[in-house]
Design a protein around this ligand. Structure first.
Ligand code: TIU
Length: 235
């Protein structure tokens, strides 16, 4: 069991039954010319998430923790895109329009894919989701069930939209969620701060919130332990 300093209290979990989930770390949200910018957002607000999340991803991979990625996006024919979602607001470009990163938020396009720094390795599931939550209209729950995962470490963008929706969906389904705040990002500083506070309030109404440093330290120690064990076995 690993024990991590968190709000509202220490978070204890078995890494054999946990997964690191990276929500929507896509060019469409982090780079100019994609969906995020089309909505009027300053996409540079999200870049600070990448270095800490890369450190956490490296530690998770080294320790053998399951890693699962998600991507928000739609079928090329937009058959799974709610008309209300396409029509919403006054974006500079709508979902499906051709932009500099390909068609906005469409599966298979450059913009819809994950940024190179956090690109999935073979064997790491990628969940293509049409909504904000990772459970809605996906096989995420089936994958978690088959791997006997009951604990999710949820990271990514944006804190108050897809991260929050996924944590809420997971919490209602009985998963325990830990959210490392510095591995999540928002276009709005105040929404990020309040979004994290909302998760941990009321004794952890949706989950737990932590910094990534103690989590990285615990996973790194686990990786060292596993390496020492396998070297001792093969000696
Ligand atoms: N616009 C915004 O903040 N977020 C999204 O539309 N999707 C995700 O959060 N991934």
């Amino acid at each position: 069991m690993l024990r991590i300093a968190a709000q509202p209290g220490v978070f204890e979990f078995d890494p054999a039954h946990a997964a690191l989930v990276l929500i929507d770390m896509q060019r469409d949200f982090l780079e100019p010319g994609g969906f995020g910018e089309s909505l009027g957002n300053d996409v540079s607000k999200l870049t600070k998430v990448v270095p800490p999340l890369r450190r956490l991803l490296d530690a998770a991979r080294a320790s053998g923790l399951a890693v699962i990625h998600t991507r928000e996006g739609h079928r090329p024919d937009l058959a799974d895109a709610p008309p209300a979602k396409i029509a919403r607001g006054q974006p500079s470009q709508r979902i499906g329009d051709a932009g500099p990163l390909g068609r906005i938020l469409v599966r298979g396009e450059t913009g819809q894919d994950i940024i190179p720094e956090l690109y999935p390795l073979p064997g790491e599931p990628v969940i293509d989701k049409p909504g904000k939550g990772a459970f809605y209209a996906t096989d995420f729950a089936a994958i978690l069930k088959h791997r006997a995962i009951d604990t999710l470490i949820v990271t990514g963008v944006t804190t108050e939209v897809c991260v929050h929706t996924t944590v809420r969906e997971a919490n209602d389904r009985g998963y325990r969620c830990l959210v490392p705040g510095d591995c999540c990002g928002s276009y709005f500083d105040e929404f990020h701060d309040v979004g994290l506070a909302m998760i941990a309030a009321q004794g952890g109404i949706f989950g737990w919130v932590c910094e990534s440093a103690p989590l990285v330290a615990a996973l790194t120690a686990l990786a060292v332990q596993k390496t020492a064990l396998s070297e001792a076995r093969s000696a």
